[in-house]
Design a binder for this molecule. Structure first.
Ligand SMILES: Cc1cc2nc3c(=O)[nH]c(=O)nc-3n(C[C@H](O)[C@H](O)[C@H](O)COP(=O)(O)OP(=O)(O)OC[C@H]3O[C@@H](n4cnc5c(N)ncnc54)[C@H](O)[C@@H]3O)c2cc1C
Length: 314
């Protein structure tokens, strides 16, 4: 038994920069102990890999932001760390090429491909001081082979005319990942403060981005600042809004949410809903699903003691 605090991570079903390879935290949970609002302690802890002795009810508590119960203990699945890591910063000139590259690498290296991040032109130009038409990719390969496929990848990237701007091998303090962190802070610095955390199926990214391009061309008050975890479909599509008015912000969010749903996406990919987005389930989930969720809440926490107004309004 080890003592770490993961309740928040499990109840938000955290993912991150390697979700492509490792999934969200629910993929590493094998059972939970939870306390309901009336004080009932439910022990769903489990060490078994194969267990269909009833449904996995603890899954309800992953990603439900604490509104059904408090997680007090977890059984986790641990996996060994890979020995070697190479991180590439690659310049590329189109989204479609990036998607083709992801498919090729995922097919060839499967679970040795741990990250595939995309940075669209505006954040790229601000971050790397470069041409406004370039995209940048951060690609990470981890394996137990000490060559870590470096030669074959070098040849492949060069055959595709892709520029490797930097490669880091087994770096504890990575310059590339530091830049990825700065990218997030730059949003505030440059006023890209209207943020949407969505995810889309890979085959819908191009359609979605084409619609956005037309929208921003016709509505000059919105400037996009896009980056995301292309590998797992999560796009942070953020904007500068000028003039920053309530009406402009509401038009923008309506447009983004409707376009996302139309393309079979999710309007809350990795940051959850909390209090700020507690109107979205009612608006965008099928009504029957929303009613089922409310009934479940009423059953597990009839007096709304837990997480008041989180996920949806009481
Ligand atoms: C700036 C920012 C960037 C982020 N980037 C990413 C990202 O890149 N990838 C990603 O996946 N996520 C991201 N997140 C989301 C973040 O990972 C989650 O907020 C995080 O996992 C929460 O963990 P915490 O320990 O901070 O929990 P807290 O913030 O303390 O709690 C989060 C939620 O869980 C509930 N909770 C806390 N403990 C328990 C418990 N024991 N039982 C039941 N419910 C509980 C709280 O009530 C709250 O609703 C980001 C969040 C922020 C604010």
């Amino acid at each position: 038994m080890i003592n770490v605090q993961l309740g928040g991570n499990i109840s938000t079903n955290v993912g991150g920069l390697q979700t492509l390879r490792y999934g969200n935290i629910e993929d590493h949970v094998n059972g939970l102990e939870v306390v309901l609002s009336d004080g009932t302690i439910l022990n769903f802890l489990n060490k078994l890999k194969k267990d269909n002795f009833g449904p996995k009810l603890w899954k309800l508590f992953c990603g439900s932001e604490g509104v059904f119960g408090i997680i007090t203990r977890a059984s986790l699945k641990l996996i060994p760390k890979k020995d070697y890591k190479s991180t590439y910063l690659i310049q590329i000139n189109s989204l479609n090429k990036s998607i083709r590259l992801l498919k090729y690498l995922r097919n060839k290296y499967f679970d040795n491909l741990t990250s595939f991040e995309i940075i669209f032109p505006i954040p790229s130009s601000l971050l790397f001081n470069e041409n406004k038409n370039n995209y940048n990719l951060i690609i990470e390969i981890q394996s137990n082979d000490n060559k870590n496929y470096k030669n074959e990848l070098k040849k492949y990237f060069s055959s595709m005319n892709l520029v490797i701007n930097k490669r880091e091998d087994n770096k504890a303090k990575s310059w590339i990942w530091k830049k990825r962190e700065i990218l997030v802070y730059n949003q505030i610095k440059y006023n890209f403060t209207e943020k949407f955390d969505i995810s889309l199926p890979l085959d819908k990214w191009s359609t979605f981005i084409n619609k956005i391009n037309t929208f921003t061309k016709n509505n000059k008050e919105f400037t996009p600042y896009f980056f995301g975890h292309l590998g797992d479909g999560n796009l942070h599509c953020n904007f500068k809004v000028n003039p920053f008015t309530k009406k402009n912000c509401s038009n923008l969010s309506k447009f983004i949410y409707e376009l996302t749903i139309k393309n079979q996406g999710s309007v809350a990919a990795e940051h959850g809903l909390g209090l700020k987005k507690n109107n979205l389930l009612k608006k965008y989930k099928p009504n029957k699903n929303y009613i089922f969720l409310k009934k479940l809440k009423k059953h597990l926490d009839p007096d709304f003691k837990l997480g008041k107004n989180k996920l949806f309004k009481a």
